[in-house]
Each structure stands twice: as structure tokens, then as C-alpha cells.
Design a protein around this ligand. Structure first.
Ligand SMILES: [Zn+2]
Length: 287
């Protein structure tokens, strides 16, 4: 077991408190007058997602935890069990949908994922940085040409996960790019598209295709970001995901612009925006 003095805790460290495994995502040194120095740390329980805010005495020893990462190849699904093989030891294990989380939607036979283990138990799953080409043949991702933050030929998430994509300038162009044999159409950054996107999605859905649109529902002022509200209204299923507030660690449903600009569309990578909760969001900051 290794440990670290609390005043040396850093963002990204994994620590063990009792039976909890906590990932530090924010730290704050507290020194008030003659009082003892403390370290305030915001952490996330890697198993439950729960946010833990804890004040350590600066000189406290904190137990560090280390995860072992293994590359696992997806073999097959049997009921609720997903069977994988360790690509180094050929040992086979199975994971549950809960353990796989979002990765469930990306699994094709032979997909390789990285699984983190703590004392032999799976703790988390990291998808490969590049998704196998097979995915791109059946799921052409489409994104508006304005969004070239990371790559012109791929949809790239802030966490560097990639999938091949086609850039389009208008919703109409999107319609032309979808092949007759295409079954699933993935559209990223829906809020950057024009007002015709809902009609185009309806047309594709009426042709029997599965249409999945991801996008921000609100702009930097917290106002509905067209055409997302119209898409929300016509969608069969909606998954609203919340980020984690970068100020308080609470569930964040707002995008805080950190630079001054009153342009509605200001494409920026990390730095220009951060996730904020209702309480910490301040639209006047950008004005
Ligand atoms: Zn907050």
C-alpha cells in the first residue's frame, strides 16, 4: 500500500477511504489564521459516481489505490453476461451491463476495451481510442462542418474517443449522404445544424432508419438551443445526461462560457467552456 500526505493530493489521484475508492477531481489548500492547514478535496466514488467532499488535515496520510488495466476482447453475449478474453493471458471473464456502462452500446464482436481492476474486481471500462472500422460502416456519424475542433474526418469527444464521420454543411446535405443500406445514422453536435434538421431526421426515421442525435439543449445563456428543442419534441426516446459542475461537483445542466463573447456559436475546445450546475451558472460572465 502506498500513501500520500494530504497536502500533496492532486487531481486525478485515486485514494481509498474506508471501502470507498475515490478519484480526486479538485483540491483546495485551506489555511486560516493560526489554525492548522487543511486540504479540501472533491472526489468521485468510481463505483457509484457519488461526489464526496472531504477536509483532510494537511499532514494526514491518505491511502492511495492503484488500478490494474487489462485489454479485454469482447467475445459474445449470453443473456446479461458479456464475455471477454484478456488479450495477454487469454483468461476469460464476464461483465454485467452495469459494469460496462456506456460501453455496452459500442460492443461488436472482437471489440477491444480496457478494463480497470481493483483487487481482481472490474471497476471501470475505457473504450478504445479508435473504434473499429466495422462500426463506421454501419454507423456513419455525421457532424456539421463548423465543428472541426479536433478533426475533419472523425467525431472526437473531449475524452479523445473517435469515430469516423462525414462533415456536412446543411441538413439537406446530410440527407444526400445517407446511403440506402445505412441502418443507423449518428448525428453529433445537433445544435450547430440548421432549422431543417428535425424534418430531415423525420424523413430518415420514416425510411426505417434509426436516428441518434447528440447535442446541447441550451446555449451559453441557458436558452433552448435550436433545433434541439424541436428534436426533443419529435424524438421517441430522450436521454438527458448531466455533466459534473466544475465549481461544486453537483449535477450540471448548463454550459458556462468562460470567455467574453455574445456570439451564439463560438466553437471552442476545453478552456472556453465548462459544465456548471444551476446554482453556479452565471450567464453574465460571458457578456
Ligand atoms: Zn455547482
Amino acid at each position: 500500500m502506498s500513501s500520500v500526505t494530504a497536502n500533496r493530493l492532486k487531481k486525478g489521484m485515486l485514494i481509498k477511504m474506508g471501502n470507498d475508492l475515490l478519484r480526486v477531481f479538485d483540491t483546495h489548500h485551506l489555511t486560516q489564521g493560526n489554525k492548522r492547514a487543511h486540504m479540501q478535496a472533491k472526489m468521485r466514488d468510481i463505483r457509484t459516481g457519488r461526489i464526496v467532499d472531504h477536509k483532510f488535515r494537511a499532514e494526514d496520510d491518505v491511502e492511495r489505490a492503484h488500478l490494474e488495466e487489462h485489454e479485454m476482447q469482447f467475445l459474445y453475449k449470453d443473456g446479461d453476461q458479456y464475455h471477454f478474453m484478456n488479450t495477454e493471458t487469454y483468461e476469460q471473464i464476464h461483465l454485467t451491463p452495469e459494469e460496462l456502462g456506456d460501453a455496452v452500446g459500442y460492443l461488436l464482436p472482437e471489440t477491444k476495451i480496457n478494463v480497470e481492476f481493483y483487487e481482481e474486481k472490474p471497476m471501470g471500462v475505457n473504450l478504445p481510442v479508435t473504434v473499429d472500422l466495422k462500426v463506421t460502416e454501419t454507423v456513419p456519424g455525421i457532424k456539421p462542418a463548423i465543428d472541426n475542433r479536433y478533426s475533419d474526418e472523425e467525431i472526437v469527444s473531449h475524452s479523445s474517443m473517435k469515430i469516423a464521420s462525414t462533415n456536412v454543411r446543411t441538413s439537406r446535405e446530410l440527407l444526400e449522404r445517407v446511403k440506402p443500406e445505412t441502418e443507423v445514422v449518428g448525428i453529433d453536435e445537433g445544435q450547430f445544424f440548421d432549422v431543417e434538421l428535425p424534418a430531415v431526421c423525420n424523413t430518415l426515421a420514416d425510411l426505417g432508419k434509426r436516428v441518434i442525435v447528440a447535442g446541447l439543449d441550451q446555449d451559453y445563456l441557458g436558452k433552448p438551443f435550436e433545433p434541439m428543442p424541436q428534436l426533443l419534441a419529435i424524438a421517441e426516446y430522450i436521454t438527458k445526461t448531466l455533466a459534473i459542475c466544475m465549481v461544486c461537483g453537483g449535477p450540471a445542466n448548463h454550459t458556462q462560457r468562460l470567455v467574453q463573447s455574445s456570439e451564439r456559436v463560438l466553437v471552442g475546445a476545453s478552456g472556453a467552456y465548462e459544465a456548471r450546475c444551476r446554482k453556479c451558472f452565471d450567464p453574465t460572465l460571458a457578456g
